[in-house]
Design a protein around this ligand. Structure first.
Ligand code: CA
Length: 231
């Protein structure tokens, strides 16, 4: 397999250097853009497999870049953001970014996020109705969920919520995206619904005290189904 191409849009040279070294040593090919305008034009000419995008850029802000890219491109975008800016992360995800990393982040975390989005974009063509991750199994054609081979009885709303998380397995899904997908565009403010339903789903999925959590809460942002599709 040829090495995946990553476009890095970041104005800070220290961070660019750090990311270039780390990613190249993990056999990725790195293209660097030092501002937003350059980033957009390089995304068009080089067709990267993943875009790492700093939100705080000197010319065009990162949100504008996401909007512009999403007009024609579905290339996965991972946003690089600063600690404690929940609303920034939510906004970026709602505009179509795939995930985010909070600075400072470690290389293993960065590599894990990149692998998730790469696996997702290559799995999208496959469309296998059965999703498996560890002891968890979801048959999306039959609407059946099993944990350790035993069927888990979910209400249709619980199933729909879980299906949205599974569709984006490994990535965070914002409250707004979940509410919109399951209850429609007029429900996006009702975050408290989610808390109740997620509590129920978690309880049903956990068949023993020792079983690992399948869903993580990203405070102020949304939820993430842990673990990716088995390949
Ligand atoms: Ca910056």
């Amino acid at each position: 397999m040829k090495s995946p191409k990553i476009l890095l849009i970041e104005d800070e040279s220290t961070i660019r250097r750090f990311l270039k070294v780390s990613l190249e040593s993990n056999s990725f090919e790195i293209l660097e853009a030092v501002n937003g305008k350059e980033g957009i034009s390089m995304a068009g000419s080089y067709r990267p497999d993943v875009i790492l995008l700093d939100i705080g850029l000197p010319d065009v802000d990162g949100f504008e870049i996401i909007k512009k890219l999403r007009e024609w491109s579905s290339t996965p975008i991972i946003v690089l953001t600063v600690h404690d800016r929940e609303e920034e992360k939510v906004h970026a995800l709602d505009l179509g970014a795939d995930d985010y990393l909070t600075k400072p982040f470690g290389v293993p975390e960065l590599l894990a996020r990149i692998r998730v989005v790469l696996r997702r974009s290559s799995a999208e063509d496959g469309k296998d109705p059965i999703f498996r991750s560890g002891q968890f199994e979801m048959d999306r054609s039959a609407h059946v969920v099993k944990v350790s081979g035993k069927e888990v009885h979910l209400t249709s709303t619980e199933y729909d919520l879980l299906a949205v998380l599974v569709k984006h397995a490994g990535k965070v899904v914002t409250h707004r995206m979940l509410l919109k997908e399951v209850w429609g565009p007029y429900s996006v403010e009702h975050v408290q619904y989610l808390r109740v339903y997620m509590g129920q789903i978690r309880k049903k999925l956990k068949n023993s005290d020792k079983a690992p959590e399948l869903i993580s809460t990203e405070p102020g942002v949304g939820y993430r189904f842990l673990g990716g599709a088995s390949d």
